[in-house]
Design a protein around this ligand. Structure first.
Ligand SMILES: Nc1ncnc2c1ncn2[C@@H]1O[C@H](COP(=O)(O)OP(=O)(O)OP(=O)(O)O)[C@@H](O)[C@H]1O
Length: 265
């Protein structure tokens, strides 16, 4: 008789994202001081903290828009090697276009506001070398549909769309090339509460369907609670606490996290 065993569950023990000992000053302002972070494949890491704590600077580093004074950044992907901060401008641009997607709080940073919505998404595909007009339009449509964007507005420029729809166009652009990492910088801040809930639902669906690795920055603990598996709490450019989101919110250890959680209740 042969003993039948279930196939062992694939345990992914290596982080996809590793940021090590990153520091950044702007003049006298210490934006980041010796910050390290890891994000595992399929995980959502939430970063919280008050205004000016360094959250967006860290996210911009992960999107290779900024270079730190010190520190390293690696992505555990087959064709990506070494400290990404050492890459030249061209290599950074290609890596960001193909492996990393970002959604900014301000859609003006991520979109050409007067170009069509499908054109904005197609632009990302063009950077990666796609040239056929029919394929560009089809792939843009697929990404917009996955972002739950109303397809009858494909040709509308973002400037004519609501804030929620603009964020969906940014999201479609960010996921068009199925990036390994999706970065979200206050993606729902400034939206009406009901629209915010719908955009968060879309992000949840995407995360569940594609097991996409995400880093989400927000000063809103409710958003982080809804989205994140793990949370990192930042204050004055430093990480003061990190852990599983549920555990951290239920039983915060650091006085600053306690203050944040109690202020929210
Ligand atoms: N390009 C820059 N030039 C000068 N100072 C900067 C720059 N970017 C960030 N800073 C400063 O670095 C610190 C951290 O800023 P950062 O935007 O990362 O914080 P944050 O936690 O994302 O805040 P917020 O929630 O308000 O966006 C702040 O003091 C900010 O003023």
């Amino acid at each position: 008789m042969t003993l039948q065993l279930d196939a062992p569950r694939l345990v992914k023990t290596r982080p996809l994202v590793t940021v090590r000992n990153v520091s950044k000053c702007y003049g006298d302002v210490v934006a980041l001081n010796d910050v390290s972070a890891s994000v595992y494949p399929g995980e959502v890491l939430g970063i919280v903290g008050e205004s000016g704590s360094g959250k967006s600077t860290l996210l911009r580093m992960m999107n290779l828009e900024e270079t730190p004074d010190r520190g390293s950044y690696t992505l555990d992907l087959p064709d990506v090697q070494g400290n990404l901060f050492d890459l030249d401008r061209f290599a950074r641009r290609m890596l960001c276009a193909t492996k990393i997607g970002i959604v900014y709080q301000n859609p003006h940073l991520g979109l050409l506001m007067k170009h069509s919505s499908s054109g904005n998404v197609a632009e990302r595909l063009l950077v990666a070398g796609e040239r056929s007009f029919a394929t560009l339009r089809q792939k843009a449509k697929v990404a917009l549909e996955a972002s739950e964007f109303p397809l009858e507005r494909l040709d509308a420029p973002p400037i004519e769309l609501s804030g929620g729809m603009q964020q969906r166009v940014q999201l479609a652009k960010a996921i068009a090339l199925e990036p390994a990492l999706l970065l979200l910088d206050e993606p729902t801040t400034g939206l009406d509460v009901s629209v915010q809930a719908m955009v968060l639902d879309t992000l949840k669906h995407l995360q569940q369907e594609r097991a996409i690795t995400m880093v989400i920055v927000s000063h809103d603990l409710g958003v982080i609670r809804t989205m994140a598996d793990r949370v990192m709490v930042m204050r004055r450019g430093e990480v003061v606490e990190q852990g599983l989101a549920d555990q951290t919110f239920q039983d915060p250890q650091h006085a600053y996290t306690q203050q944040l959680v109690h202020a929210k209740l």
